[in-house]
Each structure stands twice: as structure tokens, then as C-alpha cells.
Ligand binder design. Structure first.
Ligand code: 1GP
Length: 252
């Protein structure tokens, strides 16, 4: 199997039980000033990745947002697209998300077909990702826009079977998503069940607001934690959560 740079890095981190942090930047919400502040904190804290995207971009300024990031940071930028138009060759990589928790063909393969020629030309590193929406206690943009039903939070066995199927289909990462601003993050029980049954790097995000919640997800088997809303509301949380994940292996 040919290894691509960022994916190889993600796999190595998993093998070495290092926990990584991605900051999610929504180009619609991040003003240039707010973005500069987050980037200063992310650079200082040694954040591993910046995810850029959202379920619905009203202003659609992904390119400008990434150009600003690239002028102020060397942290790799990974596109986390809500749809096929959110492709920017200024990024380093893209999570090619197949929404395998849902049964909407457009988000399983349709958007991918439309984006494929541009993706091939873009030079972006493509990371095929099994994207799974998990019920986080309230309706989310991702669920509404994709017109799909999330997996019930108390059904870890459904999440595990879905993740196994995704891995068998050749997807290279699994992303358990409670939805941006979720009331409840994905439970440690569900993360542990998915982790037990799969080998590819495991991303967990949605509703994580504290170092304690980030560590619980990491302890349960998440390799990469994604946080957006909490840092938008309180950027000062960033150094604390980043440090907690970096020191994960130091605990007795
Ligand atoms: C959403 O997983 C991400 O796609 C992050 O969610 O905004 O709730 O941190 P939050």
C-alpha cells in the first residue's frame, strides 16, 4: 500500500498510542481577527492539524480562509468538506467522506463523483474516510443537510458493525461525529466498541468542550480529537486541551 504523508503520520500516531488534536475552522464563522487569534494559540500549543469546512457554507470563503492560515501557520490543513464544492487546492489534504451511517446515496458516492475530476487535478492528498453521525442529543446541521438519521447513541454494536463494514470496504479512517455543537459527545462506550473492532485511525468529534472529555475519548480509543465550537467560544481552552492530549501517555 502506498503511504501518503499525512495519512502515514496518522497511522504512526495510532501505532504509538499518541493522541492528536485537530482544530475545526468553519470559514463562515471565523473572522480574520478571530482566525489570527486561534492560529496564534494553535501554533504555540503544537496542534497537529487544522480541519477546514462545515455542513453549509453561506459565505463560501474557504480559499481565502486557507490562504490566511497558510500565511500564519505551518500546521497541515485538511479539508473537511460538507459537499463537493468545498475543494481548495490551497489545503494539504482532504477527508473524502463517505457518510456510511446514512442511506443517502448522494453522500455515499454522488458528491464524490461530481468532485472526482477536480480532486484528481488538485494535488491534494486524499484520505478516504468512513463518516458516521452519532446522535448527540439534538438535531445537527450535518444530519439535516445530509438528510440522514444518526446512529442512536446507545447502540455501540450498530456503530461497530458500521465501522467494520467501512474498514472492509477499504476506507482508511473512521470518524465518529456527534455533530458540531452536540449536547453530548460520542460516549466512551461507543468509541471503545468501535476501537476494539477496527484498526484504522479513529477520529472523534462533536460536543467536546473540556480536557476531561477529550481525555475520556482518547482513553476509550480515539486517536484524533476534533474540536471547533468550544474553541470558537473560548479560545483560551486550546492550550489546556492540547497539553492534556500531548501528555496522554505520561500517566502512570
Ligand atoms: C464537528 O466534530 C466537529 O464536525 C467538531 O464539533 O464544533 O462541537 O467541537 P464541535
Amino acid at each position: 500500500m502506498q503511504m501518503t504523508p499525512l495519512y502515514a503520520h496518522l497511522q504512526r500516531a495510532r501505532e504509538q498510542r499518541q493522541k492528536q488534536l485537530a482544530v475545526l475552522i468553519d470559514p463562515d464563522k471565523a473572522t480574520p481577527e478571530a482566525l489570527s487569534r486561534i492560529l496564534r494559540l494553535a501554533n504555540a500549543a503544537g496542534v497537529d492539524y487544522l480541519f477546514v469546512g462545515g455542513s453549509l457554507l453561506v459565505r463560501g470563503e474557504t480559499d481565502a480562509c486557507i490562504q490566511q492560515i497558510k500565511s500564519q501557520s505551518t500546521i497541515p490543513v485538511i479539508l473537511f468538506p460538507g459537499n463537493h464544492i468545498q475543494v481548495s487546492s490551497h489545503a494539504d489534504a482532504i477527508l473524502l467522506l463517505s457518510l456510511i451511517s446514512g442511506r443517502n446515496p448522494d453522500f455515499l458516492i454522488g458528491q464524490h463523483v461530481v468532485a472526482a475530476p477536480a480532486l484528481r487535478k488538485s494535488g491534494l492528498e486524499i484520505i478516504p474516510t468512513a463518516y458516521m453521525l452519532i446522535d448527540g442529543g439534538r438535531a445537527t446541521s450535518a444530519s439535516y443537510i445530509s438528510n440522514t438519521m444518526p446512529i442512536p447513541a446507545n447502540k455501540p454494536e450498530i456503530a461497530a458493525s458500521t465501522a467494520i463494514a467501512g474498514e472492509m470496504l477499504g476506507l482508511k479512517m473512521i470518524y465518529l461525529e456527534a455533530g458540531s455543537g452536540a449536547m453530548h459527545p460520542v460516549s466512551p462506550e461507543m468509541i471503545a466498541e468501535v476501537h476494539r473492532h477496527t484498526r484504522v485511525p479513529l477520529i472523534v468529534g462533536g460536543g467536546i468542550r473540556s480536557a476531561k472529555q477529550a481525555l475520556m475519548a482518547a482513553e476509550a480509543g480515539a486517536d484524533l480529537i476534533v474540536i471547533g465550537t468550544a474553541f470558537e467560544k473560548n479560545p483560551e481552552l486550546l492550550p489546556e486541551i492540547a497539553a492534556a492530549l500531548k501528555n496522554f501517555g505520561d500517566k502512570p
